[in-house]
Design a binder for this molecule. Structure first.
Ligand SMILES: [Ca+2]
Ligand SMILES: [Ca+2]
Ligand SMILES: [Ca+2]
Length: 419
């Protein structure tokens, strides 16, 4: 009897032990599952920021931009104030415009340089101009003039004490508060003695550094004076000195006065704008200088293409239709895929408006929309030389016999013209 009760007790105890163990294991597994889910869906709590602590900014790596690209071509200096538009992808700091006043500066004159600088990220702390002279680089800090330190005008003014070589070079540099820098480089060539046409009169001081003088005519020096630099050539059909002086820097300079002397410039397409500012003594090549409309404003496309188009009221080679200041618009490119016929380094579209071709039958079928590229056909003004539909307001008419409707479709086709 005792054995039977003891056995029963042990049997029940074992069953209880197994049940308790299974409960414990189940609970442990459940906790593990929940923990796993919690980890998967857990969100990072935002770091607490002390009220008096500045949140950390992402590190900014200082960069140095390549010199900005200028919209104005390198050209000979012209009298007075000159404005350069500056185009660059660099935004911090970013030069947008420079004004040189005067550009054709002489030693002893005051020159002022003004630059427009903006910055997407930080304040601009410093702007300087580095001006190359014959004896090194002269650094001139520019002072803040107007605007803000994120988008402002900086200016410097100085008396020019040193001569330049044939090319003037100035590099503007700017820095911001996070150590980034940007720069813009502009250059232009020495205007020489500004002789144009066939005869030439000089009344101020000037230096001949390449070839200059009178193109077959008389060179008159009435004041100031001409300095012929090393290896430079001054020529003229005749020479009259009624004041001033004529000097050579050394024996390598040439002064050649002869009645048959002429001066030419390279003008391959004969549009009277030279390919460059180089003058050629005695016309060993090129066209006579006196034929040029300008000797300082150079041709951006001095090419004979062999293809004639209409421009300037006549038929001309496409290359001759492209020159500085061309104000006509064109539906074909000038010969090198570019439509920049007016030499301002950009392709400007003539027609930029989008139109709506709305016609309304209010008694009469009349145009009630707006003129421009047909917005039902294209989403934006087409590229240069592309033909597509254009709403000109002239096409509203009734269609349909028994059930007439007022419509303007289809709109006429038109080419996008550019220069
Ligand atoms: Ca030309
Ligand atoms: Ca041309
Ligand atoms: Ca253009």
């Amino acid at each position: 009897m005792f054995f039977k009760k003891t056995f029963k007790f042990f049997f029940l105890a074992i069953i209880f032990f197994i049940f308790a163990c299974s409960l414990y294991l189940d609970k442990t597994n459940l906790n593990k599952t929940n923990l796993s889910k919690t980890n998967k869906t857990a969100c990072k709590q935002p770091a607490k920021i002390n009220k008096f602590q500045t949140p950390a900014s992402p590190p900014i790596t200082p960069t140095i931009s390549p010199p900005a690209v200028l919209s104005k071509r390198k050209s000979a200096a012209v009298p007075g104030r000159q404005t350069y538009s500056i185009m660059t992808a660099h935004r911090s700091p970013n030069f947008t415009k420079a004004i040189i006043d005067p550009e054709d500066v002489k030693v002893g004159q005051r020159q002022t340089m003004t630059v427009y600088v903006s910055d997407d990220k930080a304040s601009i702390t410093e702007v300087i101009a580095e001006i190359e002279t014959d004896n090194g680089i002269f650094k001139q800090p520019l002072t803040f003039k107007s605007g803000t330190n994120r988008d402002g005008v900086w200016e410097g003014s100085w008396i020019v004490k040193d001569t330049h070589d044939t090319t003037y070079v100035t590099v503007f540099k700017a820095k911001n508060t996070v150590g980034e820098s940007g720069e813009a480089r502009i250059s232009w060539t020495d205007p020489g003695c500004s002789c144009t046409g066939q005869a030439c009169t000089v009344s101020t001081t000037c230096t001949v550094s390449g070839v200059d003088g009178a193109d077959g005519g008389t060179l008159t020096i009435s004041g100031g004076g001409i300095t012929v630099a090393s290896a430079a050539t001054l020529i003229a059909g005749a020479l009259v000195v009624s004041g001033g002086y004529l000097v050579k820097n050394d024996d390598s300079g040439i002064v050649n006065i002869l009645s048959t002397n002429t001066i030419c410039m390279t003008d391959a397409d004969s549009d009277n704008y030279p390919a460059n500012t180089t003058q050629i003594a005695n016309c060993t090549s090129g066209r006579r200088r006196y034929l040029m409309t300008s000797i300082t404003s150079t041709d951006c496309y001095d090419v004979l293409t062999g293809v004639n188009i209409g421009c300037d009221g006549t038929t001309k080679d496409k290359g001759a239709c492209a020159y500085p200041g061309q104000d006509e618009w064109f539906t074909v490119n000038r010969g090198d895929s570019s439509f920049d016929y007016n030499c301002d380094t950009s392709e400007t579209k003539e027609f930029n408006n989008m139109g709506n071709n709305d016609c309304c039958c209010d008694g009469n079928c009349v145009f009630t929309g707006s003129t421009g590229w047909d917005s039902q056909v294209v989403g934006s003004p087409p590229a240069c030389g592309v033909q597509t539909n254009y709403v000109d307001g002239s096409g509203c008419h009734m269609t349909g016999g028994d059930d007439p409707t007022c419509t303007g479709s289809p709109t006429p086709l038109k080419y996008q013209e550019c220069h």
